[in-house]
Write a protein that binds this ligand. Structure first.
Ligand code: NDP
Length: 253
């Protein structure tokens, strides 16, 4: 439906590229007012313009959600226009590849602070709003969707701290799910395999060179594939919660 999310407000973190950009477009296409959060304002402005050109509604929220002030400011900005928040997609994340042995520990801190702590901080800040939205129309339910990874279920070499953060996202999500289930806030984890985005490009060039060719997922997923899955999760009837979705390119082992 083109109006399945009409009257709702959604916050998508990491909405300036990749999966977040696609999710934001998909939610806007179904009628949500979408708050687009990330650090690169120019990219967010472009995403917002694309959404508006298709008749959707979007807000630009320049924010670094890896610390508490940033996470709280992002949620506050998302709520400011409509006074409500029905949907949060914790999607912002970084992948900094490499073995534990010679890893710059600053990379570990970035992954834990954004991929794990950022998810928890945004969730905490959003929770009062989600609980309130779950008690009112148009849906009488709210959705918190956390983007984990296949790497949140299976650890592999060269991604130790990324794995630790994503395993942590799964644990955090399941705990929070039980805390809020009876109040009609649905908490879901999405665990994609390889998706064609900018994600791996932030790793050190020497590491990328060393690892090149070591991984063949076949035809990768498109960000739109993940966005469709998330829309499916959010548009289930009120009595049904999809808790976890593991999805891979067909040829990925
Ligand atoms: P991208 O690099 O395209 O997107 C990452 C997004 O996170 C960007 O919008 C970036 O925007 C934002 N971001 C980075 N740092 C911060 C920060 N401190 N505060 C706010 N936003 C930030 O990669 P993907 O779309 O692939 O990644 C999205 C999510 O999907 C991640 O959580 C990733 O772990 C997960 N994932 C990706 C897979 C893949 O194969 N691509 C597979 C499984 C999971 P900006 O730089 O403007 O802040």
């Amino acid at each position: 439906s083109t109006t399945g999310l009409a009257g709702t407000t959604a916050l998508v973190t990491g909405a300036s590229s990749g999966i977040g950009e696609a999710v934001a477009g998909a939610l806007a296409a179904r009628g949500a007012l979408v708050a687009l959060a990330a650090r690169r304002r120019d990219r967010l402005t472009q995403v917002a313009e694309n959404i508006r050109a298709k008749g959707g509604a979007a807000l630009v929220v320049e924010a670094d959600v890896s610390d508490e002030p940033g996470a709280e400011a992002a949620v506050a900005a998302a709520v400011a226009e409509s006074g409500r928040l029905d949907i949060v997609v914790n999607n912002a994340g970084v992948l900094l590849l490499g073995p534990v042995e010679d890893a710059p520990t600053e990379e570990w801190r970035r992954m834990l602070e954004l991929n794990l702590l950022g998810v928890a901080l945004v969730s905490r800040a959003a929770l009062p709003h989600l609980l309130r939205a779950a008690g009112t129309g148009p849906r009488y339910v709210a959705d918190l969707v956390n983007i984990s990874s296949v790497g949140g279920r299976i650890a592999t070499p060269n991604t130790a701290v990324y794995n630790a953060a994503k395993f942590g996202v799964n644990a955090f999500s399941e705990s929070l799910r039980q805390e809020v289930a009876r109040r009609h806030v649905r908490v879901a984890v999405i665990e994609p395999g390889f998706v064609a985005t900018e994600l791996p490009l932030h790793s050190r060039p020497e590491v990328l060179q060393r690892l090149a060719g070591g991984f063949d997922p076949g035809v990768p997923l498109d960000p739109a594939d993940v966005a469709e899955t998330i829309v499916h999760v959010m548009t289930r009837p009120r009595h049904m919660a999809v808790n976890e979705v593991l999805l891979r390119p067909t040829e990925q082992l």
